[in-house]
Design a binder for this molecule. Structure first.
Ligand code: ZN
Length: 235
């Protein structure tokens, strides 16, 4: 019985603070969290917060919706460490990893992100009710929590809601996808956003259609500006 409790407890603490590197499964030392120092140093950082060059992701939104500032922490590539980390977060319940990595990103932005505009509120992209029930948590909220702590900007998770269940995107072209997603989000009644400079927070920026739809809803609700910060972005 005693042994059982001990094992159960160590499983529990492993869930909260994994003792193996999520990148290479090497044992972590006492002052390492989530990743070993080597994996952390080798993270494929985008550096997007420092520059506005030609391949800047702001272009993903150009001509669609006025976005003040966009930056993603890491490059997402198939088979790479970032895909592995996002997978761990989403499907293995590693929400602490999401918060911890967002903390690292927030600290980096605070140090080097002179281009980051003043922000009043961080808003996480909501998940559908069905997915929330299935997963039990929304990774975007945990990312927002880490950024909020590092940047000392408040976060709010229940600002946006998904209005309806999205039908499958896979067989749709770009315009059909946008038609499918554009009316999907709404600002919850009673939430006051007038004049606020907000940042939308999500895990991975891909086409930007979801973030774009969220931004439209936020601007319609009176936000002064909308920025986007994500943990990762596809190229
Ligand atoms: Zn490692």
């Amino acid at each position: 019985m005693f042994r059982f409790i001990r094992i159960a407890l160590s499983d529990f603490t492993d869930l909260l603070f994994p003792t193996l590197c999520l990148g290479c499964t090497r044992s972590l030392t006492a002052n390492e969290k989530i990743l070993c120092t080597r994996c952390r140093i080798n993270l494929p950082e985008t550096g997007q917060h420092r520059r506005a060059d030609e391949d800047h992701i702001l272009n993903k939104f150009a001509g669609k919706v006025p976005i003040e500032f966009v930056a993603s922490y890491l490059h997402f590539s198939k088979g790479g460490i970032v895909q592995k980390l996002i997978h761990r977060i989403k499907y293995k319940g590693q929400k602490e990893a999401a918060r911890e990595m967002a903390l690292w990103y927030g600290e980096l932005l605070k140090r080097e992100g002179s281009q980051l505009p003043e922000l009043d509120l961080l808003i996480s992209v909501p998940m559908s009710k069905a997915r929330m029930q299935q997963r039990g948590f929304n990774q975007a909220e945990w990312i927002a929590a880490g950024l909020s702590e590092a940047l000392a900007v408040p976060m709010q998770a229940d600002v946006l809601m998904r209005k309806r269940f999205r039908s499958s995107q896979t067989r749709k072209n770009r315009i059909e996808r946008w038609e499918n997603v554009k009316n999907e989000f709404a600002v919850r009644q009673g939430v006051g956003l007038q004049g606020l400079r907000v940042a939308l927070i999500d895990d991975v920026l891909t086409t930007g259609a979801t973030l774009e739809a969220c931004a439209v809803a936020l601007l319609q609700a009176g936000c002064a500006s909308v920025s986007v910060l994500t943990l990762a972005a596809t190229r």
